[in-house]
Design a protein around this ligand. Structure first.
Ligand code: LMR
Length: 423
């Protein structure tokens, strides 16, 4: 049994604290640390009004209308601020363009993107911002880049936290939990201080359940309910496998729950999932495949993909982030649900409180969700859910120094892998 007592969080973060940022459509003053690019102002509806550029030495380019008026765009909603960490990475490279296109929040929702990266990635971030600019997305009103979460998270309504370190050669799992946990502790504190009080936070960086837990514990002013760990990728993978086996199109698979951790202990629930409205077990009669082949293929899909690609999933992860957010901002179809890793307090399934655990949820489309409370759990599911729960409890003990719950005690054990990529 490997055991480690972990250090207290360092005050310096792997995310650097320069205030470099690129900003579009800004009225801020230019300085060495800021670069400003131009977008037209948000409110321009008079068909014949012209946009021109007004630049002075001390001022960023500011778009103004010739008549000097800014009019309300009646058909557009109020601008929302969205933070994305790890913004120069592969997942973000797919995600940001989907966000900017309106695919996620809708064609009437203007957005500002706040991109968080490390000092090392700042040039790449500028490149990302330039590509966003060159894409001429009408809904994208502003792009900021920066390395200090306290600045980047200012007033954000959504935070998509992707940036995390992958496990390096010879690195203990406990070390990975500690290194990434420190990033998420710092970001939790920054969200607590700077973000909109009802910010919705989606943690993607692995180990995402425990990172989400660390983040929420460091953000006591934000409702714990607002934090999610991304298990939608696992849900999508499970739906794909069932659809392929049943010979139906993906959209015929519904009510797909992923229980537990985004790891190889996750439980894709074929007992309650449906194909064409029928229980999966009625449509797929090879129950041995369901219990073994199907379950393992979903649990280990991330690892297999790494073997093939030589790197982690990126495009499908971005798609699943889109799906996860859309599930919160659009009403869940009648009778269906979706999976997301959420705080377990008050759950009706007897899962230990104080964890971030993937469960079935529904939304009215207001950004919030409720747990689906009446899903059947048989002995097969119960045993496997308990294993994932035990794994998360062990991870939680490893990061007690980051959640304010005392001294960390790490007994993860040598056998189980922690991430789908680590098989
Ligand atoms: C995935 O599920 O594809 C990733 O979480 C794998 C990984 O370990 O990066």
């Amino acid at each position: 049994m490997a055991m480690a007592e972990l250090s207290t969080p360092k005050t310096t973060s792997p995310f650097l604290n320069s205030s470099s940022r690129l900003r579009l459509s800004s009225k801020l003053h230019l300085s060495n640390h800021f670069r400003h690019l131009l977008l037209p102002p948000l409110h321009t509806t008079t068909p014949n009004s012209k946009i021109s550029c007004s630049v002075s030495q001390n001022q960023a380019p500011v778009a103004v209308q010739e008549n000097g008026l800014e009019e309300e765009t009646r058909s557009w909603k109020k601008l929302i601020n969205i933070a994305v960490s790890g913004a120069a990475g592969m997942i973000s490279n797919h995600l940001l363009f989907k966000l900017a296109s309106g695919e996620v929040f809708g064609p009437d929702q203007p957005i500002a993107l706040k991109l968080l990266g490390s000092e090392r990635s700042i040039q790449a971030l500028e490149g990302v911002a330039m590509e966003l600019e060159d894409s001429l997305f009408p809904l994208l009103r502003e792009v900021d880049i920066g390395t200090d979460p306290n600045e980047v998270f200012q007033d954000v309504e959504w935070a998509i936290l992707i940036g995390a370190k992958p496990r390096g050669p010879g690195m203990e799992r406990a070390d990975l939990l500690d290194i990434n946990g420190q990033i998420f502790a710092e970001q939790g504190k920054a969200l607590n201080k700077a973000a909109s009080p009802n910010v919705k936070v989606l943690v993607v960086g692995n180990p995402c359940n425990t990172n989400a837990l660390i983040c929420l514990k460091n953000a006591p002013n934000i409702p714990a309910k607002n934090f999610h760990a991304l298990t939608r990728l696992d849900e999508n993978r499970a739906k794909c496998q069932l659809a392929l086996k049943a010979g139906v199109f993906y959209d015929k698979v519904s009510n797909m729950t992923i229980w537990g951790n985004h790891s190889t202990t996750q439980v894709p629930d074929f007992l309650n999932a449906r194909i064409n409205g029928l229980p999966v077990k009625e449509v797929i009669t090879d129950h041995k495949w369901l219990e073994e082949g199907f379950t393992e293929s979903v649990q280990k899909r991330g690892g297999l993909l790494i073997q093939k690609w030589g790197r982690s999933s990126a495009a499908s992860t971005a798609v699943s982030i889109v799906d996860a957010i859309k599930s919160l901002v659009t009403p869940t179809p009648e009778g269906d649900w979706f999976s997301t890793g959420v705080y377990t307090d008050g759950n009706p399934y007897g899962i230990e409180e104080g964890l971030v655990f993937s469960m079935p949820c529904r939304s009215k489309g207001d950004g919030d969700y409720e747990l689906v409370k009446d899903v059947e759990i048989d002995d097969y599911l119960r045993q496997r859910i308990a294993k994932s729960e035990a794994e998360l409890l062990a991870e939680k003990r490893c990061v007690a120094h980051l959640t304010g719950e005392g001294i960390a005690y790490c007994d993860l054990g040598p056998v189980d892998t922690m991430l789908p990529g680590e098989v």
